[in-house]
Write a protein that binds this ligand. Structure first.
Ligand code: NAG
Ligand code: NAG
Ligand code: NAG
Ligand code: NAG
Ligand code: NAG
Length: 419
């Protein structure tokens, strides 16, 4: 039987209203689902599945990952453990690392206690390999390691530099910042450890490395190459992105260009916007990084400690004056990190590209004692009101160095060399 053109047209014509309805329904469900990103709807967390499978997804049987020198103890989840006191810590002294930005030098800015520097992460089922700076530098000969993301990733980058720089004499190393890119060079090794500022990974209106405090945040769809072109040729990549997305239940996405006079802006559920960025990142890695020669990591959400009510305090406080960690092993906190975890898990599970997940969220969530609080360079003079109430200007987002973020790098070390 031969369908006449008009019959075919008619069939098409009948289909489209149906398709339209279906699309509208999908959109509706997406929006509904997106709402729980804001954590305003209770009881959504049962859906949270810890994606242990992720770590196995990064390595197929018998396959040797680039940079591996050994194997992990089988069945050991290095992210599941506890903090133990270690008199031999910290791994370096604050005053011995000139690269720490004044935002993170807590002792220099008057922090009186030092206990926060002495904790070591002890996995339940094995021990972490000890951090070997020589191994890092030898492995980086003629190579580049890069951290891409926000100020928390910059902290991890600086920690990494602090952990290795002592092996290099002064004349053979340098640290240079040019715009979004900061490069630490170990000349004799022809090796670099770099940081690239891109808080959303994609192009945004917060991309200026210095002036980026923009309240009305806008990210451009399909723009990962805007920054990604500066990441090509990297051998070990460490991404993060999280906190900058957390402005509410909706997020603004630019469809065209930042130069358009009439900007085409769509407001989407934050979860959708974040998923878009994660997918773009995976796609970029797939296209630009050869998994047989390189490694890609993603550092999970860095927790904040802005409400003491979360850990049984009076609710008026935050991380200020906290010198002990949270003892409750099940502590999680009140923010939306589980929803974000779900999105990350979903995107990574669907991708065949091996990205190693650095699950630092839970182990960091105990560490209300490890933030910079008021012990950092203040960019403007403090008002008498602020001085009278230190809680009001404590930074409960960033972490003192040396400190917690050195542990993130010990975990990176473990996953890089003993995957
Ligand atoms: C991260 O680690 C914590 C502590 O072991 C665990 O409870 C959580 O399920 C892990 N998350 C993922 C996504 O693997
Ligand atoms: C650190 O790594 C180097 C280079 O692989 C190796 O020669 C050295 O023995 C290691 N040091 C320790 C203490 O394991
Ligand atoms: C130095 O390292 C870069 C990669 O970062 C590489 O392209 C270059 O060939 C290396 N130079 C030498 C002399 O090994
Ligand atoms: C900084 O980066 C820009 C753009 O990549 C480049 O044109 C310029 O030469 C760099 N400046 C320095 C001092 O390296
Ligand atoms: C800080 O904590 C200590 C002990 O927990 C307490 O005695 C002191 O009053 C607190 N200081 C401020 C300014 O809250």
């Amino acid at each position: 039987m031969k369908a006449t053109p008009s019959a075919a047209l008619l069939r098409k014509g009948r289909l489209s209203p149906y398709l339209f309805t279906l699309l509208a329904f999908i959109l509706f469900v997406t929006i509904l689902y997106g709402e729980d990103f804001s954590c305003t709807i209770g009881g959504q967390f049962e859906d949270y599945r810890p994606y242990r499978s992720l770590s196995s997804a990064t390595k197929k049987k018998g396959e040797k990952l680039a940079f591996a020198v050994g194997e992990a103890e089988s069945g050991c989840d290095v992210f599941s453990g506890r903090w133990v006191w270690d008199e031999t810590r910290p791994l370096y002294d604050e005053s011995d690392c000139p690269y720490i930005q004044p935002q993170l030098t807590c002792r220099e800015h008057g922090r009186p206690d030092t206990d926060y520097q002495h904790w070591r992460w002890q996995p339940h089922a094995c021990s972490l390999p000890s951090f070997n700076a020589t191994l890092i530098l030898e492995s980086l000969r003629g190579k580049r390691m890069m951290f891409v993301g926000d100020s928390l990733n910059r902290g991890q980058f600086v920690s990494m530099v602090c952990l290795v720089h002592k092996l290099i004499p002064d004349h053979a190393k340098s640290m240079i910042t040019n715009g979004s890119l900061t490069v630490f060079t170990a000349k004799d090794y022809n090796a670099t450890i770099e940081f690239y500022w891109a808080p959303f990974l994609m192009e945004s209106n917060s991309d200026d490395a210095i002036v980026h405090r923009i309240s009305d945040r806008l990210v451009r769809k399909g723009s990962i190459n805007k920054h990604g072109k500066y990441w090509k040729g990297v051998d070990i990549m460490v991404f993060n992105t999280y906190l900058w997305w957390m402005t509410g239940i909706k997020f603004k996405i630019l469809q065209g260009s930042f130069d358009d006079v009439d900007k085409d802006i769509a407001e989407v559920p934050t979860e959708e916007a974040y998923r878009m960025a994660m997918k773009s990142m995976v796609r970029w890695a797939k296209k630009n990084m050869d998994p047989s020669k390189t490694r890609v990591f993603f550092t999970s959400m860095s927790p904040t400690h802005a409400k003491s009510g979360d850990w049984g305090g009076d609710g008026k406080g935050n991380c200020y004056n906290e010198t002990n960690m949270i003892e409750d092993a099940n502590y999680w906190g009140s923010d939306c990190r589980k929803n974000v975890m779900n999105v990350i898990g979903e995107v990574f599970r669907k991708s065949r590209y091996p990205i190693t997940f650095l699950n630092i969220t839970q182990l960091s969530s105990y560490r209300k004692d490890a933030h910079t609080s008021i012990y950092k360079k203040q960019w403007g003079p403090l008002t008498p009101e602020q001085l009278a109430n230190p809680v009001s200007y404590a930074d409960c987002v960033h972490w003192c160095l040396p400190g917690l973020q050195d542990t993130w790098n010990e975990l990176l070390f473990a996953k890089l060399f003993y995957p």
